[in-house]
Write a protein that binds this ligand. Sequence first.
Ligand code: HEC
Ligand code: HEC
Length: 281
Amino acid sequence: MKVSIKAGLVAAIAFAGFAVTGSTLADEGLPEGVTAVKATPPSKDHPLDEILSGWTFRTPETQALQQDDFENPGYLWVERGEALWSEVDGSAGKACASCHNDAADSMKGVGAEMPKWDAKLNRPLTMEQRINNCRTENMGAKEWKWESTQMLSMTSYVRNQSRGMPVNVQADGPMASWVAKGKEVYYTRVGQLDMSCANCHEANYGKYIRADFLSQGHSNGFPTYRLKWQKIGSLHRRFKGCMKNIRATPYKVGGDEFVALEVYLAQRGKGLQVEAPAVRN
Ligand code: HEC
Ligand code: HEC
């Protein structure tokens, strides 16, 4: 079945049926550093019967790139992040390592819990915001831009310290209202095509939309190396791309809507293992 989207035609969109079995999905092998690519939904009212990592939906060729850290192009950013970790920057004359010592110990598990509630600021912080907070408050250094090489390198490096650990974001207490807000963004139809995230990633995963094989749209692999981008990119960059594809005006990268969406998505994919840096097409 040919699938096409005509510009300006509201909801002129078709999903080509495809069972999530067979040759498209690798039966054997796992991404390096993880022991599972699926998780059981924590409760009966979870919108998904089975929580599947985006890895599951990629071609064997793309999967192969994530099965070996030497092949994984995302590792270039992890290595850059490792170098930056001990680089002194800012008026306090400190590096991340001055306070956090060995990231393999101090950052283990941190990436699995992001975004995390910050009691001082009374809001959740994503990994990017947390790092920038340390830069400005603890180092006297300038913020890094969200999609800069430095930020992508550092988020890749820090998240990588939690690889294989189950996503475990806080969803109760003060986080509850952010989960609710993110959920609202997730289910609200927007753009010329009048679609929500759920239209693609909940109702039609395991099907083709144009040439793309739809996953459940989870966040456990981010920052992710995309073959299309030829580099690593943040989760918010992906959100932006998905919104543009349905001809909606994307929310601001780093803005509250995307932070709430990130909180909700982490909660939705709770139990999936951190794969950062994942490789996707
Ligand atoms: C028109 C269909 C469509 C809509 C609507 C859509 N996406 Fe996507 N999204 C895609 C496609 C296609 C991909 C790439 C293949 C895949 O992983 O599904 C993708 C990928 C993603 C990924 C990366 C998954 C991974 O494992 O790397 C995330 C995260 C994501 N989308 C989130 C969202 C969010 C949040 C929304 C709502 C703001 C949204 N998407 C709306 C089509 C869509
Ligand atoms: C002067 C000491 C200092 C420096 C330098 C510093 N941090 Fe921090 N960092 C802290 C403290 C203290 C916390 C605990 C939260 C707080 O009160 O700010 C923290 C928290 C964090 C967290 C969250 C940890 C968690 O358990 O949730 C991350 C991630 C982090 N820092 C990353 C970095 C990175 C990356 C750098 C370098 C760019 C850096 N920090 C530099 C002191 C520092």
